[in-house]
Design a binder for this molecule. Structure first.
Ligand code: SF4
Length: 346
């Protein structure tokens, strides 16, 4: 067996913790999805990530706390105002508290994410953060996944107990969405300046995205020093405009995960790699994080995704175990064993 010389060199460098260049990343993304070369890529990324993160994984949970026809109008999201069938609705505080407790009850939740639509009410968000903080153990962090915000808002969030923010300049932002890419990037800087952890993602990947587009978008996370990088595919949901372009396979998504994992070798701030939605191929290609989900989900036609697409904590925990991870990190830097006993099977 002999790999092409360029691939051989890029993978040897990765094993030596040297990140591939942008051009190399485009080359890696152009490898045929089911080729031996792509399998070599995902295998090396898996090895490098496990060594980098000590074969530890992270379990995250997200509650989508409201739904509305959204002016972000993303052509890949069920809430885009020009095509959505959802009405405005929000979870009550007691229900959010109950869900937060359920996510955290086994003591292995690194962080709970609170997700809103693009437009959000800061006072209501802060009230929710305070309520949730009272339900969560000190080893579980709180992360927001909301629209753009400025530094004073970020500092208010931080003072209230928020530890991080998920924010992305999505693929074809401004073309497939009504949002301004520069405004999205401005919020990256705000997140960093406020001292919040910056969660990023290469998303939402579809069959139409070129390797050049993927590289340009994923390197924003590297440039801005993301705490978490990730890859997510667009899910083909009925009634959503970009569904007509189809959906990549989990195998192709694993290839993108692998490139993200290797590209972030150049980013010392990156502490973990996620794959959305949770799947084993991604966890065997460089990812060590999955999210359990409930409430609103841009990739689901069910108002409560825990009844449809969203996996619960037990399913995510089991998936991480089956992927070979032996411990889970918690939000206070402690770890907890991931074994048959923690799965409740013995
Ligand atoms: S992805 Fe977010 S910003 Fe875009 S339409 Fe959906 S909820 Fe709004």
């Amino acid at each position: 067996m002999k790999l092409p010389a360029r691939l051989d060199q890029v993978l040897r460098d990765a094993v030596e913790n040297k990140a591939p260049s942008r051009e190399d990343c485009a080359y890696l993304l152009d490898l045929p999805e089911c080729s031996m070369e792509a399998a070599a890529l995902t295998g090396v990324a898996d090895f490098v990530s496990r060594r980098r993160f000590g074969n530890q994984a992270m379990l995250l949970g997200q509650i989508g706390i409201d739904t509305a026809p959204c002016p972000g109008n993303c052509r890949f999201c069920v809430f885009g105002q020009d095509h959505t069938t959802f009405q405005s609705a929000r979870l009550g505080l007691d229900e959010i508290r109950r869900r937060a407790r359920a996510f955290a009850d086994k003591g292995d939740l690194y962080a709970l994410f609170l997700m809103t639509m693009h437009e959000f009410d800061l006072d209501r968000l802060l009230e929710t953060v305070s309520a949730v903080r009272g339900e969560l153990p000190s080893h579980t962090q709180i992360v927001v996944n909301v629209g753009d915000f400025d530094l004073s808002q970020a500092l208010e969030m931080r003072a209230c107990g928020v530890n991080g923010a998920y924010h992305v300049c999505r693929l074809r932002e401004g073309l497939d969405t009504a949002l301004d890419p520069d405004r999205r990037k401005k919020t990256f800087r705000v997140i960093k300046d406020a001292g919040l952890d910056f969660y990023y993602c290469c998303e939402p990947v579809g069959p139409e995205h070129s390797s050049g587009e993927l590289v340009e978008q994923m390197f924003l996370g590297v440039e801005y020093g993301c705490f978490q990088h990730a890859a997510m595919r667009r899910v083909a949901v009925s009634g959503v405009p970009l569904t007509r372009n189809g959906q990549i396979t989990e195998r192709r998504l694993a290839q993108v995960v692998a490139v993200v994992a290797l590209a972030t070798l150049a980013c010392p701030e990156t502490r973990n790699i996620a794959v959305h939605e949770p799947n084993l191929l991604g966890l065997a290609a460089g990812a060590n994080v999955v999210y359990a989900e409930s409430g609103a989900n841009p990739r689901d036609t069910q108002a409560d995704t825990s009844l449809n697409r969203g996996l619960d904590m037990a399913a995510c925990r089991k998936m991480l175990y089956e992927a070979g991870f032996t411990a889970l990190q918690r939000g206070d830097a402690s770890t907890i064993a991931l074994d048959l006993a923690s799965l409740g099977t013995v």
